[in-house]
Structure formats: structure tokens, C-alpha cells
Design a protein around this ligand. Structure first.
Ligand code: DC
Length: 225
């Protein structure tokens, strides 16, 4: 058993734009826990690949990029080699590239240890696709957060416009469906609810209510730990 197994983890998985990032971040703030946005690691790898012109079929080169990521998380800011790339990694092209390279086993392996290092006292809230299934299979609480594809496209549209990117609803819906299919059907660590995960559909739910629900589940899980 690892030296960190006693540190509580809340794993929140779900499809893109399901609101899991917002919910996970707020739950972490509420509990005073650390926060891991694992999707950001795939996005950082994708951004590095796009910038360096790395061939997206070159698994070995991409895994090397992932293993050598010089990134840090400073509050809400995400830095890549000291450059603030918080907004740059949210671009659709980066997200789509992240989804493609995330299907490569060597890339996932390269990011595995980095993700485990986020488990620090007093606890961690981790969000992604495989937090409860692969990275933290013994998490104290596992949540699978979903929302309808329409609700997610609306949210993504608003996010992009707020960040000053242009966006088109039709293209967003198409991209989301393609990305869902790729994330759910890949051979390695596909997106699916972990065993024992609570399902939370946030299509008609505010972020505040979703946060309250996760905190209630965690309070119960803690009692039984
Ligand atoms: O959550 P996100 O949209 O920022 O993630 C971007 C991509 O990274 C997503 O399409 C799939 C991949 N990803 C993954 O495969 N495993 C994770 N734990 C997190 C993200």
C-alpha cells in the first residue's frame, strides 16, 4: 500500500463540459483540499505537441513530451515553462488534440505518476475521465457527473465567448459528440462510471446544488471510512 493511501480523495469523472471542473474546484475550496484538473495535463501535452509540430501519430514522441512537461498550477493559473497558458489550453483545437492523444497508452502512462503526486494532505479532489477507475481506484468518494449534450454545448459556448474565443453552436455539438465517442470508446481507460460511483446529472442543476450534493455524499463517505 502506498504512503499516501490514508489521504482522502474525491474522484469526479465525467464527459467534457459536464461542469465537473467547476464543481470539483468548489468542493476542493470548501474542504480546503488540493485540486487536480487532470484534463489540463492532457491539454498541456496537446498544446506542447501543436506548438512543436510533433506528429500526432508519434506515440513515443508524445509520451516524451508528456513526461517532460514543465508545468505548474498557481491558484487558478496554469503555467507551461513559466508562460501563462490558462486560456490557451481551453481552445477547441487543443481540447480535440488532447482527446486524440489521450487514447495513446504511452501518453497516459507518462502522466500517471504526475497525477498521483497531487495526493497531498489534507486531501484531494481530482477531476477527469479515469480518476475513479484507474488513477485513484480507492478514492473515498467517486462521482460520475453528466449532463445532456445540449446543456454541455450551451455551457461550452458561454465559456468560449466569455474567454473571447469565437464559437458556433452547431460545430460545438458536433465536436462534443465526437469527443464523447472517442473518450468513451477508446481501448485504454475509457470514460465510464467507476464501480461504486454516485451518478449526478447536472443538466437542470446549478453548480451550487451539485456542490452541495457532492459535499453531502462526502460527509456520509467520511463517516463510513
Ligand atoms: O476534461 P477536459 O475536457 O479538459 O479533457 C481534455 C481531454 O483530455 C479529454 O477529451 C480526454 C482527455 N482526458 C483523459 O483522457 N483523461 C483524463 N483523466 C482527463 C482528460
Amino acid at each position: 500500500m502506498s504512503a499516501t493511501h490514508h489521504i482522502p480523495v474525491i474522484a469526479i469523472d465525467g464527459p467534457t463540459a459536464s461542469g465537473k471542473g467547476t464543481v470539483a474546484h468548489r468542493v476542493a475550496l470548501h474542504l480546503g483540499f488540493h485540486y487536480l484538473d487532470s484534463g489540463a495535463l492532457y491539454r498541456l501535452t496537446a498544446l506542447s505537441a501543436l506548438r512543436s509540430g510533433t506528429e500526432l501519430g508519434d506515440e513515443h514522441a508524445l509520451a516524451k513530451l508528456a513526461a517532460g512537461l514543465q508545468c505548474s498550477f498557481d491558484g487558478d493559473k496554469i503555467l507551461l515553462s513559466h508562460e501563462n497558458v490558462t486560456d490557451a489550453i481551453r481552445a477547441e483545437e487543443v481540447g480535440n488534440t488532447a482527446s486524440r492523444i489521450a487514447a495513446l497508452p504511452a501518453v497516459r502512462q507518462a502522466l500517471y505518476g504526475l497525477q498521483l503526486r497531487f495526493r497531498m494532505p489534507p486531501g484531494l479532489v481530482a477531476d477527469g475521465r479515469d480518476m475513479g477507475t484507474v488513477i485513484f481506484p480507492h478514492a473515498q468518494l467517486k462521482v460520475f457527473l453528466t449532463a445532456s449534450v445540449e446543456a454541455r454545448a450551451q455551457r461550452r459556448y458561454k465559456q468560449l465567448i466569455d474567454k473571447g474565443f469565437s464559437a458556433n453552436m452547431h460545430d460545438l455539438l458536433k465536436d462534443l459528440m465526437e469527443r464523447d465517442a472517442r473518450d468513451a470508446n477508446r481501448a485504454i481507460a475509457p470514460l465510464k462510471p467507476a464501480e461504486g460511483a454516485y451518478l449526478l446529472d447536472t443538466s437542470d442543476m446549478t453548480a451550487d446544488r451539485a456542490v452541495e450534493q457532492v459535499l453531502r455524499w462526502y460527509a456520509v463517505a467520511k463517516k463510513h471510512a
